[in-house]
Write a protein that binds this ligand. Structure first.
Ligand code: ADP
Length: 489
């Protein structure tokens, strides 16, 4: 592979191109009129404008992107995340055009793109699943029967759902008919597919996902877990690796289950198998994401593996150069998604110009972004400015570094979620590791936000004291010396 087109924008386009360049591969950017000055456009060896700002007239135009690739002698297309990354028809067209899709085959994308098809595909592999319906349900009586079987509360989910959308909790049986009706019509309008199913609503779950890598020769490994329980409206906002609750036994069992899920759909490339775990550390398969995840950097930092490089090598047909036994967790990494949203105003998008934009720098701090000072945040796309990632030998060191990095990060002109990150990293529930997916719902409010952003000195000191003593018994990290930080400065 000598030339790769990145069918994406922003931080992920830049991140993919950096690895491609490191590997001696030329890069092609495609961009919309809103992104003329974007860093990914300037970084690429070649760049082509493919349309006006709205993504359905630019970044989602698969045929035009393939045409561009062919006209520039590109051999592979990397889809990043979002946009066309989980579009099986696009992956098929890329292959039909004689190009390499840097991702799994269309079959795996198709199967895992539908939560019900995914559950069906992994059925024979002894993967624990959330109790509930195994097929689409439209009949209220049947829904009632399942609700009684698994016990309320239940969650009605869209089979084609994603991005935390299309889910409804039902706590009382009399609400079921109305909620079913709403869920079906929402699923229909949001995803063009009205199929819904039922899962038992796990009361106090943690979201833990496993990174997998699979080559085209049947080798599959996992790169441990990422914990993504800090969520807002079912969307991840702070992620970390490793999780502070997994025991080596549960980690190994989840890793093995994830490998089986990948095998079940003949997976190829980098993928993520998502699970929920309950308070007793029982884990349940949720779904598989057939792309590079937003939060992949935390895995890179603790494993020392460049996931984009692996994606490219696998797409080139290479055999994985390491086995499961050669992979180890070293240290701890955190990621905060820095959005142009105002945490003091119900997280409303705060679109505008980055009047001041200065990244934090230093040992253990990584910033993946796609903006420069003076640029406007376009209204057309996801308002994520950057991912702030920190690394430390221990969880408390990574949290400390995150607090320091947030302090150093200078962004003016738009409101950001940095103060929210500070709130999370100073909160006792987070620092002690005793939290679940309801962290934000339980603890976050404006008063607490103001407080945490006022008394940082005191909180940081308390944090240091408390964590130092508690940490050793909480973390179950294998004792391996050294650090992976050198790979990802
Ligand atoms: P999406 O594809 O929209 O991201 P997921 O199935 O991955 O949907 O779930 C997203 C989040 O919703 C999970 O991380 C969790 O917080 C919550 N969730 C999903 N299923 C359940 C469940 N059965 N019980 C409790 N929470 C759930």
């Amino acid at each position: 592979m000598k030339k790769i087109l990145v069918a994406n924008r922003g931080e992920i386009a830049l991140r993919v191109m950096r690895t491609a360049r490191k590997m001696g591969i030329k890069t092609v950017a495609v961009f919309s009129e809103a992104d003329r000055e974007a860093p990914h456009v300037r970084f690429a060896d070649e760049a082509v404008c493919i349309g006006p700002p709205p993504s359905n007239r630019s970044y989602l135009l698969g045929d035009k992107i393939i045409e561009t690739a062919l006209s520039l002698g590109v051999d592979g297309i990397h889809p990043g995340y979002g946009f066309l990354s989980e579009n099986a028809a696009f992956a098929q067209k890329v292959q039909d055009a004689g190009l390499i899709f840097i991702g799994p085959d269309p079959y795996a994308i198709e199967v895992m793109g539908n939560k019900l098809a995914a559950k069906d595909a992994v059925k024979g592999y002894d993967i624990p699943m959330v109790p509930g319906a195994e097929s689409a349900i439209s009949d209220v009586e049947e829904a009632q029967k399942i609700a009684r079987q698994v016990g309320l509360p239940i969650l009605i989910k869209a089979a084609a759902g994603g991005g935390g959308k299309g889910m409804r909790i039902v706590e009382h049986e009399q609400d079921l008919p109305a909620q079913m009706e709403r869920a079906i019509s929402e699923a229909q309008s949001a995803f063009g597919d009205g199929a819904v199913f039922i899962e038992k609503y796990i009361a106090s779950p943690r979201h833990i996902e496993i990174q997998v890598l699979a080559d085209s020769h049947g080798n599959v490994v996992h790169l441990f877990e990422r914990e993504c329980s800090v969520q807002r409206r079912h969307q991840k906002v702070v992620e970390e690796a490793p999780s502070s609750v997994l025991t080596p036994e549960v980690r190994a069992a989840m890793g093995q289950a994830a490998v089986m899920v990948a095998k079940a759909c003949r997976y190829k490339g980098a993928g993520t198998v998502e699970f929920l775990i309950d308070e007793q550390l029982n884990f349940y398969f949720l779904e598989m994401n057939t792309r590079l995840q937003v939060e992949h950097p935390v895995t890179e930092l603790i494993s020392g593996v460049d996931l984009v490089e692996q994606q490219i090598r696998i797409a080139r047909g290479e055999t994985l150069s390491f086995t499961q036994d050669e992979l180890h967790i070293r240290g701890h990494a955190l990621e905060l998604r820095v959005y142009a949203e105002d945490p003091y105003d119900n997280f409303h998008p705060s679109i505008g110009k980055l009047e001041v934009y200065r990244r934090p720098k230093g040992e253990g701090i990584r910033v993946d972004d796609g903006f420069e000072e003076g640029m406007d945040i376009p209204i057309y796309y996801d308002p994520m400015i950057a991912k702030l990632i920190t690394y430390g030998e221990t969880r408390s060191a990574a949290i400390h570094r995150m607090l320091e990095a947030i302090e150093m990060y200078q962004i003016e002109g738009v409101a950001t979620t940095l103060p929210f990150g500070k709130f999370v990293c100073q909160h006792e529930a987070f620092t002690s590791g005793h939290f679940d997916t309801h962290f934000v719902q339980h603890y976050f409010n404006i008063e607490a936000l103001k407080e945490s952003n006022r008394e940082e000195g005191l909180y940081a000191a308390l944090l240091a004291l408390q964590l130092y003593t508690e940490e050793k018994k909480k973390l179950h990290i294998p004792e391996v010396g050294g650090s992976n930080w050198k790979y990802f400065r």
